[in-house]
Design a protein around this ligand. Structure first.
Ligand SMILES: [Zn+2]
Ligand SMILES: [Zn+2]
Length: 162
C-alpha cells in the first residue's frame, strides 16, 4: 500500500490530493489477505503529509459464541501524519518529530499506508465478534452448533441462583 508523494512534497502547503485505495493486504497478521478499498485524501502541511479517509475491508473472524468462521465487514477511519525524512529541495536529511508511533516517508518519497491500516483494523475489529446478532451459540453439553437446529440433549436444569 505504497503511495509516491514526491510530487506532493513539492507542492504548496494546504494542497490536497485524493488517492483511491484498492489493495489486498494482510490486515490482521493472520496470513490472510483482505481487500481494502476506499479513498484517502493527502494534505500537504507545513511539516508533513496528513492522510485522512475512510476505508472498508472485510476480515475473517471466529464467532465468539459458535466459533464458526465468518466474514466481518470493518470500517477503517484513517487519520495519520507522515513526516518526510528527506528535504525535496536540498536533499538534506530532516529530523522527524520524536513522537511515539509517528510515521515517516522514506528516502524514495514513498508513503506506506500498510501499518496505519493494520493499526486501524485492530481498533475496528470487535472484541467479541458474532457471526450474527442472534447467534444461538453451542450447546454447553454436547457442543452442537444450535444455529443448525436443536440437539438431542435433555433440557438444561436452570442454574440455581446462589
Ligand atoms: Zn456464531
Ligand atoms: Zn446438546
Amino acid at each position: 500500500m505504497e503511495i509516491n508523494v514526491a510530487q506532493q512534497l513539492r507542492s504548496a502547503i494546504g494542497s490536497v490530493r485524493d488517492y483511491e485505495v484498492s489493495e489486498t493486504i494482510d490486515v490482521t497478521g493472520d496470513g490472510n489477505g483482505s481487500l481494502v478499498q476506499g479513498k484517502v485524501s493527502l494534505t500537504r502541511t507545513d511539516r508533513s503529509i496528513l492522510v485522512k479517509g475512510k476505508l472498508e475491508s472485510e476480515v475473517e473472524l471466529s464467532c465468539s459464541r459458535c466459533l464458526n468462521l465468518f466474514s466481518c465487514p470493518i470500517i477503517l477511519n484513517i487519520e495519520e501524519e507522515y513526516f518526510p525524512t528527506i528535504d525535496m529541495v536540498s536533499g538534506a536529511h530532516l529530523s522527524v518529530p520524536d513522537e511515539p508511533g509517528s510515521f515517516t516517508i522514506d528516502e524514495r518519497h514513498i508513503l506506506d499506508l500498510t501499518e496505519t491500516v493494520r493499526q486501524c483494523a485492530l481498533l475496528a475489529i470487535p472484541m467479541k465478534p458474532l457471526c450474527r446478532e442472534d447467534c444461538a451459540g453451542l450447546c454447553p453439553n454436547c457442543g452442537h452448533n444450535l444455529n443448525q437446529g436443536p440437539c438431542s440433549c435433555p433440557p438444561q436444569e436452570p442454574t440455581p441462583s446462589a
